[in-house]
Structure formats: C-alpha cells, structure tokens
Design a binder for this molecule. Structure first.
Ligand SMILES: [Fe+2]
Length: 388
C-alpha cells in the first residue's frame, strides 16, 4: 500500500502516484531472462456448451464478423481488426476459458516466452502450426497464477472492415479492448505481471493496505488485462470497444427489443476506474462480456497511476450506482493445457463486495461526508448500503 501522504489527491477525489504502488508479500520469483515483448491482448478462446446459441449471441446480437467457422468452432473479429480473430467460440463440455492470447512483437519473443515461463517451472507447450486456425507458431502456458496464457506473432491477415460503413450496426464492436481476470492475491498477481512487462495504470486499495483490484497495460490504453480480487483463477470478463457511448445505448435497446434484457447484468454507466463508459452482458453460458468505450491514453513512461479508495462509491460507477452482487461473485472457469478446469482457490483478503455493499455504512460520495447525504438525512445510504 502506498502511503497516501506520498500520493497526490486530485480534484476528482482519487489519488495519483508513480508506478508500482503495490507490493507483494509472497511474490513469484522474477525470472533471470527477459520477458517476451507483448504488443496487446489479441483474442480469447472460449469454450461454449451450445455453439449455435453462442454464435447467435455474438454474431446476430452483438454483430461480430465471422472470419471462419466449422462444426466445432467459430472464429470472430471486430470491425477494425486485421488479424484472423479476436474471439474463438469452441464447442465443449464445460463453459470455460481455454486461452487469454497476446500478440508479441517478433517471432523471437516466443523463444523468450518459453524461457521465461520454463524458468518459473510452468508447463509450457509450443506448436509451430498454432493451436487455432489463422495463427502460426504459438506458445501456451499455465502461468504461476493458474491462467492459460498464449503468445503468438505469426497470424493470418484478413480485411480490416473499418471503412465498410455498410456493415456497421448501431452497436458496432470495433476492437478487442481487454481481459479481466479473477485472482485471490492481487499484489502477487500484479507484481508477476509487472515482471512480464505490464505497467499498472489504476488500482483500488483501502487504508489498511488491502488491494482489491489493479489494471495494467501493454498497449497505451488503461489496460490489456486487470486483476480483480476474488476466488480464482477465473475469467471475469472480456471487453470489446465501440466508438461512442451511443453505440452502447443501441445495444441495450436491441436487447430490450429482442426480449433479451436478462443478458444485461450491469450498466450502462460510466466507470470511475478507467473513465470509460460501460455495459456488462452475460452470454448464453454466463461468460461475461463488457462493452467499453472512451478511456484515455496512458503511453508516456511517467503516466500517473490512479489509486481509488475502496470506500469511494464512485470508483466502479462514476454516478454512484451500486454494483450488482453477481458481478463480484460470478466468473468463468479457466482450463489447464489438457482442457481440464483449474481448481479455484478462495480469496482470503477482505472482499470488495462485503466492504462496499450490503449493510456496511462505509461507502461515501464525498470523502468528508460518509453518510453520502446530498439533501440531508432522507437520502442517507440511498444508493450504497441499503440497496441489494
Ligand atoms: Fe473491463
């Protein structure tokens, strides 16, 4: 926990400081060899239990483009993408995540990935022909946190459809933006990801030193992935971006019109963390998908790290709307390299849900006004605390 006296309180009510305000008590050892040079989160491989139903959700409802498909899998991409896919839906017995996949800068970075994870004693598999269609030489690992990570450079290029305005829908998804992972020990996970070359952009902490979540990036946006504290390893969500806020509202309207409003779990709203406009959906298997737009540039080496107080009820929703409990508790299983679900380890640090919603009384809208009262006692605890 960074001492708050060492951070700068902004006029927006959060703190800023420089890189690495998070320290781990039981860190994963730092490998002696260099990490692979990761460009960006590139695609997620999702195991789904009813391929047709999932295809309908991602293609007919959300409008992703089918690059290729067969009886076993569907390969999808967003409108601005030029690599083969951003999402693979693969039929399987248990809904889970088979790979969080990142593109690396050069083919040699695959050698670096093998050396980096091998030194940590992780299981590592390399396939010159790739693990999925459209992707060449690839490395898959089970990382020290239990997540299935993939790295590749060689990939089939496909047409970038950004200019094809005839194909845009009102809710068009234009890019894969980020992953979000659930892990019991956020400082340990964050330190490991820093060794892998990620930079922290934002985090949520309390005054006692507990870290509840951290966001980290390779590309110059708020994140390529985030670590959310909870029972894990599990996948919290995969996020696609739209160009503007109105595209997210159009998705809500479309789901309402299709009588699919139960696919909307949370939002739409504005995040405090990341400043992005958001919407959370659940696909037919319960995999969570975020629609996200308009975060900010983070590419300078001295980009300020934002720290939010866990009791600030605007951190997860800038308008102060409460987070639904399922958003904190439910997440997707992840698989080992043999396709078996990884065992889930319970978080022992305190739970963000328990400290901020329910009968807590600790959330605030203004730091010096813990009652959260704007118009007096009548509104005390109106949004946070009494609403579940
Ligand atoms: Fe997200």
């Amino acid at each position: 926990m960074t001492n708050r006296d060492d951070m700068t309180l902004t006029s927006s009510g959060f703190y800023v400081s420089q890189e690495a305000p998070i320290r781990a008590d039981n860190p994963v050892p730092t490998p002696s060899v260099p990490a692979p040079d990761i460009l960006r989160c590139a695609y997620m491989e999702l195991v789904v239990t009813d391929l047709k139903r999932s295809r309908d959700f991602y293609v007919e409802v959300l409008g992703l483009t089918v690059t290729e498909e067969d009886g076993d899998a569907v390969y999808l991409r967003s409108l601005e993408e030029f690599i083969h896919h951003n999402l693979v839906l693969r039929q399987g017995p248990v809904a889970a995540v088979a790979a969080f996949s990142y593109r690396v800068r050069t083919p040699e970075d695959l050698d670096r990935a093998v050396a980096f994870y091998s030194e940590l004693g992780c299981r590592v598999e390399r396939r010159a022909e790739g693990f999925t269609k459209g992707i060449g030489d690839s490395v898959r690992v089970t990382d020290p946190l239990g997540f299935p990570y993939e790295f590749f450079h060689d990939v089939e290029h496909v047409e970038r459809l950004a200019w094809r305005y005839d194909l845009y829908t009102p809710g068009a998804l234009v890019r894969l933006d980020h992953f979000n992972q659930v892990t019991p020990d956020v400082p340990r996970a964050t330190k490991f990801m820093q060794d892998l070359g990620f930079r922290v952009t934002e985090d949520i902490q309390d005054q006692d030193g507990t870290v509840y979540a951290a966001w980290m990036r390779r590309k110059p946006t708020v994140h390529d992935t985030a670590m959310t504290g909870g029972n894990g390893p599990r996948m919290h969500h995969v996020a696609f971006s739209t160009h503007e806020k109105h595209n997210i509202l159009a998705i809500c309207d479309k789901l309402g019109a299709l009588r699919m409003s139960d696919a909307i779990e949370r939002g739409p709203g504005r995040h405090g963390v990341s400043n992005a406009f958001y919407l959370y959906l659940r696909d037919p298997d319960g995999h969570r998908v975020e629609i996200y737009t308009q975060d900010y540039y983070t590419g300078d080496p001295d980009n300020p790290v934002v720290t939010w107080d866990v009791h600030d009820n605007q951190r997860r929703d800038w308008w102060g709307n409460p987070v639904v409990p399922s958003w904190y508790t439910e997440a997707s299983l992840v698989l080992d390299l043999d396709g078996n679900p990884q065992p889930v380890v319970e978080r022992t640090d305190s739970s963000e849900m328990e400290v901020t919603i329910g009968a807590d009384g600790f959330s605030y809208t203004r730091a010096d006004d813990e009652a959260g009262s704007y118009r007096g006692q009548a509104s005390k605890g109106f949004k946070i605390g009494n609403q579940l």
